[in-house]
Write a protein that binds this ligand. Structure first.
Ligand code: GDP
Length: 457
């Protein structure tokens, strides 16, 4: 066990700021003895998983700091698998800091960011995928993100990786046995059998890799450009789509451009709305800049909505936009269907993948459009049917490198390479999967993952 597990760590686990209650947490072998020096109470037995009322007393000054509720979680039935003590006091930052200082004076060490979860990992209560999911859960900005993170934290992804790993180990064992006992009449596995098993493993792993598209979408969201000539109702639609979902999500780093008008969520998926001024022929230089930016936004946007005004005939500018988008997959929206219609959508030549008839004024069709956009992301299926998704680049890279190793095995089989050589790549494939779940992790990867937590988690 690494030395860093021997001491007892302490941190304030609730956000710093005034609040009804605040929690200071301890984890480690001395948790209860450190607490005992500061906790004055009626009831002697601290018990397990049961709140006990008492006072935190600074024994040097003989002064009571606050009335608190203390809950002990005895090892191994705790978050870290160590003895954990949670002190709930009034949520005053000075009070929380004083209690923390007392705990440190009595022998605890200030926890580093993510150290409680790191301990849960090092003690084998959770694997690396679950640790990452706990971080995602804390960081979640939409309920949908939280739901997915919770599934992962409960082991959804780990359960999906495990059987693939087991099959890989079986295949390795099969080849090893063929080599080791070749002289003892153990049948050397045929290339067909190896090939078949390989294909099953590659198939499963390939499907796992494909879930990254959905996983990334859930965490990072997508960009949406709403384009159309002036007055077709873009701003109105923009507002209608946001509705109560407005401004719940904060800006994601690296996505800020002056075009990004607002970040919102659509059914729990973060959306970066690109407000595009409209693309049209202009002579004015300043306006030209705006148009260039719109073109850029259009090029960058992952989803595009083209809005036309149904109450007017198609105009040159509409035609230009349709042309600009020709060949691209986008959503066509015909707005203002509450007015007498002059546009004949059936005669439009477009490569749009969906068509929606709406009236932002009456609200007709807006919900259906929202549903169309969400359906188009094909998320539900990915989540419901699988229960485990790759959600970050680290995970995706490990799976991809495992797949690459398996591809080399497949090629080696085709070239009739000796099994000893095939085994090298099979072991590489296994190593990547082990790194994925954290069975063999180098220190710097751990640092990278856990330092993104906040202190007290
Ligand atoms: P933008 O220039 O494309 O952003 O268009 P706006 O959202 O500013 O809307 C232009 C005008 O059309 C405003 O007066 C809106 O109230 C009106 N408008 C927007 N949507 C509808 C609609 O569905 N029906 C009707 N009748 N008017 C609409």
């Amino acid at each position: 066990m690494p030395r860093l597990l021997e001491d007892t760590i302490a941190a304030i686990s609730t956000p710093l700021g005034k609040s009804g209650i605040g929690v200071v947490r301890l984890s480690g072998p001395q948790s209860r003895s450190i607490l005992a020096k500061l906790f004055r109470r009626q009831q002697q037995d601290l018990g397990d998983r049961r709140p006990v009322l008492g006072e935190i007393v600074d024994s040097e000054k003989g002064e009571s700091l606050d009335q608190v509720m203390v809950t002990c979680f005895l090892a191994p039935r705790s978050y870290t698998r160590e003895d954990v003590v949670e002190i709930s006091c009034h949520g005053s930052p000075v009070l929380l800091r004083s209690i923390l200082q007392l705990l440190i004076r009595e022998g605890a060490r200030l926890a580093t960011p993510g150290e409680f979860t790191l301990r849960a990992f090092l003690r084998g209560r959770i694997d690396l995928l679950q640790a990452e999911a706990i971080r995602d859960l804390i960081e979640a900005q939409t309920l949908f993100q939280a739901r997915v993170a919770r599934q992962q934290a409960a082991g959804g992804l780990s359960r999906r990786v495990q059987p693939i790993k087991e099959r890989l180990i079986q295949l390795i064992a099969l080849l090893e046995a063929g080599i080791d006992f070749a002289e003892d009449d153990v049948a050397v596995p045929g290339d067909n059998e190896i090939g078949e098993q390989m294909n099953t493993i590659r198939g499963d792993l390939g499907r796992l890799e494909a879930t990254f598209a959905a996983g990334r979408l859930i965490n990072e969201g997508f960009s949406l450009a709403i384009v159309g000539r002036p007055n077709v109702g873009k701003s109105s639609l923009f507002n209608a789509l946001l509705k109560e979902e407005r401004a719940i999500v904060t800006e994601l780093p690296g996505t800020t451009r002056d075009l990004v008008a607002e970040t919102a969520q659509l059914g729990g998926i973060p959306v970066r709305l690109m407000d595009t001024a409209g693309i049209r022929e202009v002579t004015d230089r300043i306006e030209q800049l705006g148009v260039d930016r719109s073109r850029e936004a259009l090029a960058d946007a992952e989803q595009v909505l083209l809005v036309l005004d149904g109450s007017e005939e198609l105009q040159t500018e509409d035609g230009n936009l349709l042309e600009e988008l020709e060949g691209r997959s986008y959503h066509l929206v015909i707005n203002k269907i509450d007015l007498p219609q002059r546009l004949t959508p059936d005669t439009l030549k477009t490569s749009a993948r969906t068509r929606s008839l709406i009236s932002v004024r009456t609200g007709e069709g807006v919900e259906a459009l929202r549903a169309t956009l969400l359906r188009d992301l094909e998320l539900e299926q990915a989540i419901e049917s699988e229960g485990g998704l790759l959600t970050n680049l680290r995970q995706e890279q490990e799976v991809r490198s495992s797949l690459e190793s398996l591809d080399r095995v497949k090629q080696g089989l085709a070239e009739n390479l000796p099994h000893e050589i095939l085994l090298l790549d099979l072991y590489r494939a296994l190593k990547s999967l082990n790194a994925l779940t954290g069975e063999t992790t180098v220190e710097d990867i751990l640092d990278h993952i856990f330092s993104k937590f906040c202190i007290g988690k």
